[in-house]
Design a protein around this ligand. Structure first.
Ligand code: HEM
Length: 501
């Protein structure tokens, strides 16, 4: 009798185990195909020696529009089709963010703020940021004067350096970071402020070290043991995090001291007001939780806003010096609509179809965030008939969408006309055009980015003709490195004042 029960239990356990493995096997078989790797590291060692921006198109040919691979500790699915990216990112289940060690350490171990938060925290903070940033000019015309101020500073620099080779990298960064800093804190940095240079440097350096399929994300063991490879890398990372967050914390504390609910001066005041009036302990604005979110929301805005806009401006200059006939057409439109002396205004935008189309083509051609910011599945999901388990990292290959030959016909050509309708008076909307990603988690700053780019680009093109440094070699049109945000290989330009300037 006793033996019977044991045997029965044994068989039942065996059957449950078998059913579990059968289910897992079926799920695995239904997962998107992809290259196999080795135990523990998966396909990661093979990706270390390959440029993912070149490898992904090959995998697409071999495995189809959706493929998967294991990279270190993570299961990764790459979506290479604009329709499927749209379909996935419409669904809540695809809206998570992976728990990468670098991001979690930066976030003090919690998925908080805007960029790396999830669920209720993300919804509340995103909704609040969108609504209140608008009150301080974000994406609105009242922001214009601040953008124009920064653009004028830049113009003065160009005028003073006309005829000499200029490296643009830090120049654009400073202007863009300062306009963001102004919306959030109500003040600007002086150009010589060492804290300002430190912030610019850290934001560039942080972004440009984030290799798309690099060890930093997928095999974080190396992060904390970097002394083997790069002495002090991890300590530097922590020090830089603490200094940037310290600067922003000081700014919040100063605001708290002088806070007056009847006079909200900037975005920080709006956040403090919400924090002070929140008495629901479950809210992401409540007490310590609210304090941490306040800090991380600001860090995220600077991180997401500064490097993106300034790198796009660098690409814009690279394309203008490489395709001078397009630069001429933009300048002809500026001369016709704005003239040589009046400052450009956002009101001019609807009348400047060619310039607008050129800016769109710049976004498409550079595909600045080639695989978007990584998402993560919050539950098991289905896409294109495949099973995608919970906690899978999702890469949306936006660059693939922008270079889809079937959609664009001649994606390799820089041709702003593809964004202009046959009457020459309207901008054409393209489903495969997604520089700010797609779905519910698209870029929160797209409007500010478009406004900033329009103002900086038209101010520059109105006053200066830009050309290649005659002493430089052939300029590369390829990204400097396959990182989360792709910047051009550093290059110099030479500017010459136009007409009456
Ligand atoms: C050319 C400029 C820019 C480009 C190409 C760009 C692109 C993107 C992309 C592709 C994403 C990822 C969306 C996703 O997860 O699917 C993103 C997220 C984000 N961007 Fe931008 N961005 C730009 C400028 C800005 C600016 C100026 C700001 C504001 C300061 C900003 C704030 C954000 C934030 C906060 C997120 C995270 C949104 C979330 O997770 O809900 N971006 N951006």
């Amino acid at each position: 009798m006793g033996m019977g029960v044991t045997a029965y239990l044994f068989i039942a356990t065996g059957l449950v185990g078998l059913a579990y493995f059968a289910k897992k096997w079926l799920e695995f078989r239904k997962m998107p195909p992809g290259p196999w790797g080795i135990p523990i590291l998966g396909y990661l060692p093979f990706m270390l020696f390959r440029n993912p921006l070149k490898a992904f198109p090959e995998f697409k040919k071999r495995y189809g529009k959706v493929f998967s691979m294991t990279l270190g500790d993570f299961r990764v699915v790459v979506i290479n089709d604009y329709k499927l990216i749209n379909e996935a990112y419409k669904q809540d289940v695809f809206l998570g963010r992976p728990a990468f060690v670098a991001q979690m350490t930066r976030n003090h171990g919690q998925k908080r703020g805007l960029l790396f938060s999830e669920g209720q925290v993300w919804q509340e903070q995103r909704r609040f940021a969108l609504r209140h940033l608008r009150n301080f000019g974000f994406g609105k015309h009242s922001m214009e004067s601040s953008l124009l101020y920064e653009a004028q500073e830049l113009m003065t620099f160009f005028k003073d350096n006309a005829g000499k080779p200029i490296c643009l990298r830090n120049k654009f960064n400073a202007s863009v970071l300062n306009s963001l800093w102004y919306i959030c804190t109500g003040t600007r940095f002086g150009v010589d402020d060492p804290n300002f240079s430190f912030m610019i440097d850290s934001f560039i350096n942080n972004m440009q070290k984030l290799e798309l399929t690099g060890l930093v994300y997928f095999f974080p063991w190396v992060l904390k043991n970097t002394d083997i490879f790069i002495k002090g890398f991890w300590e530097n990372f922590l020090r830089s995090r603490d200094r940037i967050q310290g600067l922003i914390k000081n700014c919040i504390e100063e605001h708290k001291k002088t806070f007056d609910d009847s006079d909200l001066r900037d975005f920080i005041d709006a956040m403090i007001s919400k924090w002070k009036t929140t008495d629901d302990p479950k809210s992401s604005f409540f007490k310590e939780e609210g304090d941490l979110n306040m800090l991380l929301v600001l860090v995220d805005l600077f991180l997401a806003g500064a490097e993106t806009t300034s790198s796009t401006l660098q690409w814009a200059m690279l394309y203008m010096i490489t395709f001078p006939e397009i630069q001429t057409k933009v300048q002809q439109e500026i001369d016709a609509v704005i003239g040589p002396t009046r400052l450009p205004s956002l009101e001019d935008r609807p009348s400047m179809i060619y310039t607008e189309a050129t800016l769109n083509e710049i976004h498409r051609y550079c595909s600045l965030v080639p695989c978007s910011v990584f998402h993560n599945t919050l539950e098991d999901a289905e896409l294109a008939g495949y099973h995608i388990p919970k906690d899978t990292v999702i890469l949306a290959n936006l660059r693939d969408a922008h270079y889809d030959k079937g959609y664009w016909g001649d994606p390799e050509n820089f041709r702003p006309e593809r964004f202009i309708d046959e009457t020459g008076t309207k901008i054409v909307r393209h489903d495969a055009f997604m520089p700010f990603s797609a779905g519910k988690r698209t870029c929160l700053g797209d409007q500010l980015a478009k406004d900033s780019l329009f103002i900086f680009f038209t101010c520059l093109m109105q006053k200066f003709r830009v050309a290649k440094d005659p002493n430089a070699g052939v300029l590369s049109m390829e990204p400097n490195a396959p990182t989360l945000i792709v910047a051009p290989v550093p290059f110099d330009i030479v500017v010459a004042p136009r007409g009456s300037s």
